[in-house]
Write a protein that binds this ligand. Structure first.
Ligand code: NDP
Length: 469
């Protein structure tokens, strides 16, 4: 048995053992410890998980980097003369990113150290039952366990699969890919296509179906595909990769229709799968669902009541803020906050989770798509407001980029049940509207709200005429 703090008062070494030091795991561990629980957290990689190390944070930094390409171009429309064509230094960006991520890793360690979480550097697995865990050959026991092991990229099987790259490796690619093939049409594929296009790659994006971003509003999907196409991304639909091989120092991507593409890198962004392997879950009696994630009830309890699972390892909405919200619900339940006076946090409202895709231009959305709204509230019971326009900025910038906004209103209640945007800073704009939607804002509330002029966001409160057809 490892060094413990157990005593006759404490039948287990820890009150809570968290497996995984990503967004959800760290939040759960530090909040539980701050409430006086004896907590351990095991992480085999860098603290901060996917979001900090190979996801949201470095992705957004690279998206900013890509945005300067547009800014340099636009500045000339406003009278700026650039002394020479701007040069991009990939090594510099990589070094700066690595420094910032290392800083965040240290911040995360401090967040855990502060309230006294014992951080175990290593891979944890259940050792035969739901209260015993093994890390680096040492055994620990815990009253409660939270599994927050996240997910990892999924790549389908095909000849030459080992030559494909996944999103984790994109941040440190060497050398910079002059020609990049991106396979997939989801969040990650679209974001990396936009980023590398902005940084100077020639980008070809391959979709197995007719459109990007399955699950998003149909009008938005068409609009963003056009805008991404305008930036120079070559989006090809209804096509699959049949094999990849290396020839004369370049990658040859064979497509199912017989064509071939030459590339320096091929990113497969074809979805993610939950990290549930080699955790000893079955021996501990923890059941998986049909997609290999941990099956949980509405309060994130697994089939073993003392084991909870949260974030990408258990939910369908794979977003950092969702994992954080779930972590708080679990902690409130296990270690109630006396200040909340028996009023524990409730699970987030999954129908109104706002989200952004950092394509160029950005996408952000909250609530139902038009198809979902018609299904939920009635085919003829939803009023649609839609607008698209060139922003003031682009009157002089010389860019042809357009902005798209759409509102969906449930006729029975006048509640705004869907809000979608493609345009600059869409995430920053939609976050505020998400609060209003969460509070049940109606179209009448939107209409009564005074716009901020001149902004793009004001269009959301000035749409008066429903769209026809
Ligand atoms: P997504 O599920 O969003 O997209 C997967 C894509 O891969 C789809 O376009 C899908 O096609 C395609 N695909 C799947 N299998 C194959 C195959 N065998 N051959 C060709 N194409 C295939 O997954 P991502 O990996 O992009 O992202 C995972 C999750 O991570 C997202 O759902 C999101 O929740 C989260 N995320 C959030 C971000 C943000 O908040 N900005 C950024 C990045 C990720 P089809 O549509 O036809 O099924």
């Amino acid at each position: 048995m490892a060094d413990t703090t157990s005593s006759s008062k404490h039948p287990h070494d820890f009150d809570l053992f968290v497996i995984g030091g990503g967004s959800g795991g760290v939040r759960a561990a530090r909040m539980a410890a701050a409430r006086g629980a004896r907590v351990a957290l095991a992480e085999s990689g860098a603290l901060g998980g996917t979001c900090v190390n190979v996801g949201c944070i470095p992705k957004k930094l690279y998206s900013y980097a890509a945005g300067y390409a547009e800014a340099f171009e636009e500045a000339q429309g406003y009278g700026w003369k650039l002394p020479a064509a701007p040069q991009f230094d990939w090594q510099h960006l990589k070094t700066q990113r690595a420094k910032e991520i290392a800083r965040l890793n240290a911040v995360y360690l401090n967040l855990l150290d502060g309230p006294g979480v014992r951080v175990l550097q290593g891979r944890a697995r259940f050792a035969g039952d739901a209260h015993t865990l093994e890390v680096n050959g040492e055994r620990y026991t815990a009253q409660q366990v939270i599994v927050a092991t996240g997910g990892r990229p999924y790549t389908p099987e095909f000849p030459g699969r080992e030559l494909a790259t996944v999103s984790d490796a994109m941040f440190d690619l060497e050398p910079f890919p002059k020609r990049l093939v991106v396979v997939g049409g989801g969040y990650i594929a679209c974001e990396f296509a936009s980023i590398f296009k902005g940084l100077g790659s020639q980008v070809t994006q391959l979709l197995r179906r007719a459109h990007v971003l399955t699950g998003f509003d149909e009008d938005l999907r068409h609009f963003i595909a056009d805008e991404m196409g305008k930036t120079g991304i070559d989006i090809r639909c209804n096509v699959q990769v049949s094999s990849i091989h290396r020839k004369d120092g370049e990658l040859v991507v064979m497509l199912d229709r017989g064509q071939e593409l030459r590339a320096d890198a091929v990113l497969f962004a074809t979805g993610r799968v939950p990290n549930t392997e080699d955790l000893g879950l079955a021996e501990a009696g923890i059941e998986l669902d049909e997609r290999g994630g941990i099956r949980v009830d509405e309060r994130y309890r697994s089939s073993v009541p003392t084991v909870h699972a949260l974030g990408d390892v258990s939910t369908r909405i794979q977003l950092t803020p969702v994992a954080l919200a779930e972590a708080m619900v679990v902690v409130d339940e296990l270690f109630p906050d006396p200040k909340r006076r028996g009023n524990p946090r409730q699970p987030p409202d999954y129908d109104f989770v706002p989200t952004a895709v950092f394509t160029h231009p950005n996408i952000a959305t909250c609530g139902y798509t038009e198809a979902q709204a018609r299904k939920r509230f009635g085919e003829d019971k939803v009023t649609v407001y839609c607008t698209e326009f060139k922003t003031l900025r682009h009157t002089l910038s010389g860019r042809s980029e357009r902005t798209f906004m759409k509102l969906l209103v449930d006729d029975a209640t006048d509640r705004v049940v869907g809000l979608h945007m493609v345009g600059a800073d869409a995430g920053e704009i939609v976050q505020g509207f998400a609060v209003a939607m969460q509070a049940g804002a109606t179209k009448a509330h939107f209409d009564r709200t005074v716009g901020i002029h001149p902004t793009s966001a004001e269009e959301f409160v000035t749409m008066r005429e429903p769209s026809v057809g």
